[in-house]
Design a binder for this molecule. Structure first.
Ligand code: TMP
Ligand code: ASP
Length: 236
């Protein structure tokens, strides 16, 4: 049973439970882009992102990546281990797109010789600005050891997800991860992995099957999210 609301973000709410070490995460249909400037509801998004995350996190655990995920509770809710979120968002890029392409003048779709790991400060007020690891260490957001571990885990997530999606006809262009600390200070993967937080391109047609359909007014947003759930549920 849900206890007190502990945190409300743009796409999820986090509630306490009767167990101090466990939270309930509720996935909402709300979508925002450009730091909350553009707002809408994407019908069914909460349930789809919850279902996709609930499929992927146990597979990541099995691949040796510790996560906060415990189990799915209902279409829009999941039980997770209580963590303190490290305010450093980690973006992994396989292919140039989005802000990377804009910042560097690189055409979207250009493959990168090796994956790029970027860090942003998790702050809605500032629009999640790009930072480097020195900034995170000097401001006390994470230690050098924490950041080494986060980088290692993020690349391990990439090494699992890239072939997982390739087998399902999806090119994983880039994605964003968040990490949290358990009460024993160990670091686990937190948050979600979904079309809100990844760029997914159909391997054959190049069609975008992620939140860029909403950000860029491409239409077919709900269909793209539903298609991504179908691909994730496809057996190996
Ligand atoms: P970007 O190219 O806009 O920096 O986005 C990189 C990846 O991070 C992309 O897969 C979308 C994801 N992302 C989020 O999950 N949250 C955000 O607030 C932003 C800006 C991007
Ligand atoms: N999540 C961010 C926002 O709300 C941006 C994005 O996903 O594009 O504005």
């Amino acid at each position: 049973m849900r206890g007190e609301l502990r945190y409300e973000g743009k796409a999820k709410r986090v509630y306490a439970t009767s167990e101090p070490g466990q939270y309930i995460v509720e996935y909402k249909d709300d979508a925002t882009a450009f730091n909350g400037v553009k707002k809408a509801q994407i019908s069914g998004k909460g349930a789809i992102n919850n279902a996709i995350t609930a499929q992927l996190y146990p597979k990541l655990e099995a691949a040796g990546i510790p996560t906060h995920f415990l189990r799915q509770l209902s279409p829009n809710e999941q039980l997770v281990r209580a963590v303190t979120i490290i305010p450093v968002e980690v973006i992994i890029r396989n292919v140039a797109a989005g802000s990377f392409s804009k910042r560097l003048g690189i055409e979207e779709g250009v493959s990168l010789k090796r994956p790029v790991v970027e860090y942003c400060y998790k702050s809605d007020a500032l629009g999640d600005p790009l930072i480097n690891t020195d900034t995170a260490i000097s401001l006390g957001w994470a230690s050098e050891e924490d950041l080494q571990r986060i980088r290692q885990l993020a690349l391990k997530v990439r090494d699992f997800l890239t072939p997982f999606f390739a087998q399902r006809g999806i090119k994983l262009i880039d994605f964003k991860l968040e990490f949290g600390k358990l009460s024993d200070a160990s670091i686990v993967l937190a948050d979600e992995i979904s079309p809100d937080t990844c760029r997914f391109w159909d391997a054959r047609s190049g069609e975008k099957l992620d939140k860029d359909r909403f950000r860029r007014d491409l239409g077919g947003v709900e269909d793209a999210y539903a298609e991504m759930l179908r691909r994730v549920l496809r057996e190996d």
